[in-house]
Design a protein around this ligand. Structure first.
Ligand code: FMN
Length: 305
């Protein structure tokens, strides 16, 4: 019986049994095994890390070696984050503004995956923003986004389609949209799984903010991004350049700036639904499409590049 449960060996040729694909290396599939697979396929698939996620993590690691980019990382002895971000973590995020037919795309930094402990098969992509930027209202009006992600060191492109949510401070008027998304999340979704686990999004937002460089933190207490630069460059020179967490010797101004920046800082999560993975570093080139079905289970097929 234990042998028959070897159903998720990626290297094995696969066949379909009911709604799932199983390894042809299974010699004997008895009725009990088939019943077991049918009963557990969702749990088992949700517990399998999707191959595209492993490929992204590997590509980021290999890029740093290949291109020689390896900035100092925050660590207990060096808690300050470097200003330099490896280019492998720069993604292009496209959103839709319902009032315009023009696509809206911009660079973002991919920060990390947020994955429910109970469902390693359902990773969310995490990036951060200023809640006052136009993209947040675009995402609230139409949460469908697409990410184009080229990782030079491994010559790989990941095009991730998904559904985004902006997560500002709970005091921000746009927070209610995130609350709505959580309330209406499908039971098979990552957000629902994280909610069941008691995931604390505000604690995550605080931790991400604290992990930013002083220079980055200061960017969230400038005037509204994209608004007219009143007063020109001279006015811009008055903006804070760095922010540090207020302490005993901080001024009221320091505290005000900290609160303002923290109030504007927001997380953006993308729940992937489809991943188009192109590998140009191999001959012949490879292209694979991954998609999440209605049960939250990832499937994949090879495409012509
Ligand atoms: C390399 C690079 C990384 C960036 N990373 C982010 C980011 O993580 N979050 C963000 O909000 N803006 C980031 N920006 C700025 C955006 O590209 C964009 O100019 C800004 O967010 C305003 O976008 P919007 O007007 O489309 O909302 C980055 C820009 C560059 C060049």
């Amino acid at each position: 019986m234990a042998k028959n449960r070897r159903i998720f060996l990626a290297a094995d040729p696969i066949v379909k049994v009911g709604p799932i694909r199983i390894s042809q290396s299974i010699d004997i599939i008895d009725d009990v095994t088939i019943e077991f697979i049918r009963d557990h396929h969702e749990d088992m698939a949700a517990s399998t890390v999707p191959r595209w996620k492993t490929a992204i993590a590997k590509a980021i690691a290999e890029h740093e070696k290949a291109v020689g980019e390896c900035p100092p990382r925050p660590s207990p002895s060096n808690p300050k984050r470097s200003l330099m971000t490896p280019t492998s973590q720069v993604i292009q995020l496209a959103s839709i503004d319902p009032s315009s037919p023009i696509p809206h795309v911009r660079s973002h930094i991919f920060r990390e995956f947020v994955t429910p402990t109970s469902s390693p098969g359902l990773p969310l992509l995490l990036t951060t923003t200023d809640i006052r930027t136009p993209k947040t209202t675009q995402i609230i009006s139409n949460p469908h986004v697409q990410i184009a992600w080229w990782i030079e060191g491994t010559q790989e492109q990941f095009r991730v389609s998904g559904v985004a949510s902006a997560i500002p401070a709970p005091t921000n008027m746009l927070y209610k949209h995130f609350v709505h998304n959580v309330k209406h999340a499908k039971q098979t979704s990552a957000v629902a799984a994280l909610t069941r686990e008691g995931f604390d999004w505000e604690a995550k937002r605080m931790a991400m903010f604290r992990g930013m460089s002083g220079h980055m933190k200061a960017s969230w207490c400038r005037p509204v991004p994209g608004s007219r630069l009143e007063g020109g460059e001279e006015e811009a020179k008055k903006w804070p350049v760095r922010l540090e967490e207020p302490g005993e010797h901080s001024t009221d101004e320091d505290r005000k700036n900290w609160e303002k920046a923290l109030g504007n800082f927001a997380l953006v999560i993308v729940d992937p639904t489809d991943v188009d993975y192109v590998e140009l570093g191999v001959v012949p080139n490879r292209r694979t499409r991954f998609w999440k079905n209605g049960d939250g289970v990832w499937d994949e097929e090879a495409l012509v590049p």
